[in-house]
Design a protein around this ligand. Structure first.
Ligand SMILES: [Zn+2]
Length: 297
């Protein structure tokens, strides 16, 4: 009621369209659920990052609340991560791609906070550190780009694809995202999840064949862009540097396409300097925003 009255007074005051558009996002907020972390040399995360400074890398799931609807973007490390890692991480990669204990799965944190069951999960991509928690949400429908569903169909142990221990569970109900030929900012296709511009998914193919990103505009009007693993650190956008090349060689399916995505993001922040880019593993950006159960609105 209060909201309707606010909206009405804005109309009566002849408010600009952009003020109305912001008012439409009055019930949108998000929280970063940190499920675990790893420590890496900065030079491993971003080209030119140096090999003396150590940085934390987070494994996070993003919880978004839109009115009565609540959903996750990625699932972080799940309750079975130790078994999954044991089964599907190749031995040669274990020194470089690891996580530290303790892991606090998203499901555990949500249950503790009394958040009702999650109905849907959007997957930025199907790599092990993003899909690990899917099995903890059997009541959710998991949405991924069709190109990523093909990767999932061919799940196999190793890096660069997706793991059978995580994505081949019978309990997971997959759904294919259908991008519309509706340009959004620098992207030529998009999905406006709630048809109000507050949550918009875009294709960011390159890191994997079906990687996606998500724009969220919260109640205050502040804008965020969750770019998955297109870059590991937001610093990388300042000069367009890719990941350290051996790491990129291992994890980026299509390096040229990944670099194109980085250029698109640089263009994006140039056009909208107020936009906060949140890479999936960037501890510096995520710590500044704070973690669940605190919300960003
Ligand atoms: Zn990742």
């Amino acid at each position: 009621m209060m909201f309707k009255r606010c909206l009405l007074s804005l109309v009566l005051a002849g408010a600009s369209w952009s003020a109305l558009a912001d008012a439409a996002h009055a019930d949108v907020e998000f929280a970063i659920i940190k499920t675990g972390k790893t420590t890496a040399l900065k030079g491993m995360m971003v080209s030119g990052g140096g090999f003396t400074t150590k940085v934390d890398g987070n494994f996070s799931a993003i919880l978004v609340k839109h009115g009565q609807a609540t959903f996750l973007f990625d699932s972080g490390l799940g309750s079975k991560v130790a078994e999954q890692y044991q089964q599907d991480m190749p031995w040669w990669a274990r020194a470089f791609f690891k996580y530290e204990n303790p892991v606090v799965p998203a499901r555990v944190q949500l249950d503790k906070a009394g958040i009702p069951p999650i109905e849907r999960i959007f997957l930025s991509h199907a790599h092990w550190d993003h899909a690990s928690g899917l099995g903890d949400f059997p009541e959710a429908v998991v949405w991924a780009a069709p190109e990523e569903l093909k990767v999932i169909e061919h799940a196999a142990p190793g890096l660069g694809g997706s793991w059978p221990s995580q994505v081949s569970l019978k309990s997971i109900r997959w759904q294919s995202l259908e991008f519309k030929p509706q340009p959004h900012k620098v992207f030529d296709r998009s999905i406006d999840v709630f048809a109000d511009g507050s949550v918009v998914l875009v294709p960011m193919f390159g890191h994997t064949p079906g990687s996606i990103g998500m724009f969220v505009t919260v109640a205050s009007g502040k804008r965020f862009f969750f770019c998955g693993d297109a870059v590991w650190r937001a610093d990388a956008l300042k000069d367009g540097s890719p990941k350290f090349w051996p790491a990129s060689l291992i994890v980026d399916k299509d390096r040229e396409q990944t670099q194109h995505t980085i250029e698109q993001m640089r263009e994006l922040v140039k056009l909208d300097p107020g936009l906060v880019v949140v890479p999936a593993h960037d501890d510096t950006v995520q710590s500044a925003l704070g973690y669940f159960p605190s919300w960003i609105k």
